[in-house]
Design a protein around this ligand. Structure first.
Ligand code: ATP
Ligand code: PRP
Ligand code: MG
Length: 285
């Protein structure tokens, strides 16, 4: 039987969320500890556990068909690999940073300076576009320490909360790109495997939509229904059902999880009571 071959990070920041999204898609993986390859019991899929940094090469070679990987890694070394879906987790940026004490005015301040980084191609492309020449010092980890030990004048690395920069007395001065986990596809994927990928994409979309949304139920006095309904954008339109108590209705709708907090006070003021907010498992539009 033909199987779709997916690469996910063996261990690290993407591993857990990658397995979780497959699980939410209803894909069960027989996962022995320390296995480098596993199969799904209920979906035509084989999972390869690989280093994040090695995945672009595997995709290019067509050794795997798809992968869950940080967009930043694809930008660094993923030429000729397509992105089909942004997955909404592992959000970060790739930035240039300098010691807090340095007076910084523009990217031109990097002219002739030494920059430590694990993302040389990204830095070179960015500085070239800005017409700046700098020396790169390529290291694989603990990049933020480089200026403190005299190895570099500045760095380029991943920033999320900014606490690693803060702890190392650095300040972020240029955001070069924003990244999140994505579903990447090899250009060598066969039509047969593409058909399996289409099924997976459908499931992933349903899971991501559901993660963005909440199911809201509330009670409303009938004479306030119009005002309350105006506050609620539904998938099509809210469902309104009569309550056992005369003069009251139950309103059901789906709402963006972030929008909900914006309207909750207005809903209460408009007369809504007994508001329930429930997670949605899958959402097919
Ligand atoms: N602090 C962070 N916050 C959010 N996302 C991050 C953060 N650090 C890294 N990421 C994202 O997670 C991905 C994996 O990071 P991680 O540090 O686990 O792996 P790695 O050491 O770069 O790769 P490898 O698997 O090759 O060892 C990064 O490529 C990036 O997209
Ligand atoms: O802005 P922050 O929230 O502090 O996150 C940024 C840090 O996170 C990543 O390192 P990670 O913890 O993955 O360690 P690693 O260098 O061993 O990969 C990245 O390389 C930064 O050092
Ligand atoms: Mg890391």
């Amino acid at each position: 039987m033909t199987k779709l071959r997916i690469a996910i990070q063996k261990s690290g920041r993407l591993n857990e969320d990658s397995l979780e999204i497959l699980k939410n898609c209803g894909i069960s993986i027989d996962n022995g500890k320390d296995q480098l390859k596993a199969s799904s019991r209920n979906f035509p899929m084989e999972v390869f556990y690989l280093r994040n940094g090695d995945i672009p090469q595997y995709l290019r070679d067509g050794v795997v068909d798809i992968a869950i990987i940080g967009e930043n890694v694809l930008i660094e070394k993923g030429q000729g690999i397509d992105i089909t879906e942004k997955l909404g987790f592992s959000k970060c940026r790739v930035s240039l940073a300098v010691p807090k004490s340095m007076k910084y005015t523009s990217v031109k301040d990097f002219e002739g300076k030494r920059i430590a980084t694990s993302y040389p191609n990204t830095v070179i492309a960015y500085l070239k576009e800005k017409g700046v020449n700098a020396d790169l010092h390529i290291i694989n980890g603990s990049v933020e320490i480089a200026p403190n030990i005299g190895l570099a004048d500045g760095i380029c690395d991943i920033v999320s909360s900014g606490s690693t920069l803060f702890k190392n007395n650095l300040k972020e001065v240029e955001v070069m790109l924003k990244s999140e986990a994505v579903l990447a596809v090899s250009q060598k994927i066969t039509d047969e495997r593409k058909a399996i990928l289409t099924k997976l994409q459908f499931r992933i979309k349903s899971v991501l939509q559901a993660r963005q949304s909440k199911y809201v139920l509330l009670n409303a006095p009938n004479n306030k229904l119009d005002d309350i309904l105006k506050l609620l954008p539904g998938m099509r339109s809210p469902t309104v059902l009569p309550l056992a108590e005369e003069g009251w209705s139950s309103v059901h709708t789906v709402i963006n999880k972030d929008k909900f907090w914006e309207v909750i006070d207005e809903l209460k003021q408009a007369g809504a009571e007994g508001i329930l907010v429930c997670p949605i498992e899958k959402m097919v539009l």
